[in-house]
Design a protein around this ligand. Sequence first.
Ligand code: NAD
Length: 260
Amino acid sequence: MLNTADVLNLTGKVAVVTGGASGIGLATAELLASFGAHAVLLDINDELGERAVAGIRGQGGTASYYRCDVSSSEDCKRVAAEMDSACGRIDILFNNAGIIRRRTVVELEERDWDLVLDVSLKGVYLLSKYVIPIMERGGGGSIINSGSGWGLKGGDRAAAYCAAKAGVVNLTKAMAIDHGVQNIRVNCVSPGDTDTPLLRDEAKQLQRDEAAFLVDSAKGRPLERLGTPRDIANAVLFLASDLSSWVTGSVLVVDGGGIA
Ligand code: NAD
C-alpha cells in the first residue's frame, strides 16, 4: 500500500520555480529538492540564483539555475528548450515570479502597469506555453500559479497588482480546463502577507517604517502573524505532489485566515 511518504517522494521529478532566487520561490525550491526533486530555479537575479543553487546542493539536493525574465517571450522559449535538453522532462512548474507597485490607477505610470502585468500575469502564460508540451511528453505534471489574496478581494494602492493576480486566478481555471486531458493539473496558491523582500519593499514604496508596516500587516487575521515563505512552500508541495492527485482548477488560500 502507498503511504504518505511515497506520495510525497519527488525523486526523479524536475521542478521548475520562477523567481526561485528569493522569498517564497527559494523556500519552495529548497522544499521540493528536499523531497527529491531536481529544482530548476529561474530568476533575473543571477547572484542570488547561483547562491540558492549552492545552498540546495549543500543540503544534499540537486538544483540548477537559468537566467530567465519571465516577461520575455525569447527568454521563456530559449530556457524551456535548454531545460528540456538538460533534464529531458519537466514535472512541476511553479509560476511564482511576481512584482508589485503600491500605486492607485491615478498614481501609476503606464510603464509600471505594463511591467506588473507583464511579469505577474503574462509571465505565467509565456513560460507555461513553452513548458506544457514538455510536460505532456513526460505524461503530465502539475502547474502551480502564484496568486494573492488581493487577486480575490482587492487591496489598497496596488491597482495593477490586484488586476494581474485576479487574472492569474482565472487563467489558472482556463489552463486546468484545457490541459486536464494531457494529465496536467493547474492550481493557484494564494498567499497572504508573507515575510519576504517583496513585502518589506512595499514599506519602502509606501514610505512607511518597515517594522511598523510588518506589525500592521500581521493584524486582522485569525492566525495573527505574517506568513513565512515555508508556509507557502508547504502548500505548493501539496499541489505539486500526488497528494493532490484529483485537485485542479482550485485556489488554495494560505493566509492565516485573512480572507475570512
Ligand atoms: P521576492 O521579491 O522575495 O521574490 C521574487 C523573485 O522574483 C525575486 O528573486 C526576483 O528577482 C524574481 N523576479 C522578479 N521579476 C522577475 C522576472 N521578470 N523574471 C523572473 N524572475 C523575476 O517576492 P515573494 O514575496 O517571494 O513573491 C513571490 C510571489 O508571491 C509573487 O508572485 C508575489 O506576488 C506573491 N505573493 C507574495 C506575497 C507576500 O506577502 N510576500 C503575498 C501574496 C502573493
